[in-house]
Design a protein around this ligand. Sequence first.
Ligand code: ZN
Length: 288
Amino acid sequence: MKDYIVRAIAADGQIRAFAATTKNMVEEARTRHNMSPIATTALGRLMTGGAMMGTMMKGDNDLLTIQIQCGGPAKGLTVTADSHGHVKGFPMESQVELPLNAQGKLDVGRALGLGVMSVIKDMGLKEPYVGQIALQTGEIAEDLTYYFATSEQIPSAVGLGVLVDKDQSVKQAGGFIIQLMPFTPDEVVDRLEKKITEIDSVTQMLDRGLTPEQILEEILGDFGLEITDTTETRFHCDCSKERVSRALSTLSKKDLDSIIADGESIEVKCQFCNKAYEFTVDELKEMR
Ligand code: ZN
């Protein structure tokens, strides 16, 4: 089954909602970056949130980047998504290991620790939009909820989950974002808030094998849910040798000279997808 995102409205358009299944995307990220379960879970949650947030943008060339810089052993995460469901991402530390938390779950919050989350939206304007928050729990869904509330002034409920199998592969991944539009009557807000406290966690819903449609039905079934759109989503990196060579051109002349003096071609990997590009000594000389 392919990964996809559904978009929906409820309560006569006063609620908008997104839900996604992202198992293949997160599994591809895991294998490309050779990630430990906790790194897979952290990056997988952020990629799932990013995938849905990417499709909130309207322009064909709009680009969303979510960057976490943090003091915990995970050090940081970067995810980029476009408006067509293409998502890529990488962890600063792919082999983080920590004991399970008090609930017996992978301790993503401790892996991230204190830090900052930046949301950068490049929508073709002179300056990109940048929203920044301090990490609240480091569990990512709560941090995105806080981001929506403070930077975009949109009351939201965000649920993100990644289930890792015994062999460390991704068993399930997905999530939802539910947002209240301005001027939603208090009655609807109260009912929704109550409902959110009653539902299973995303991880539980994924474990039960619910599809994105069923996840939304479970939360918004009593609110006149209407699925309006479905978008395929996947891990996709648009790197090229030329793009990767830009990273080399930021080296100082001295460093470049020393690589050339070694007389051997070098391999440079794309940060996002780990694809290796080879540069010969002649090519390196041209960059001086
Ligand atoms: Zn790449």
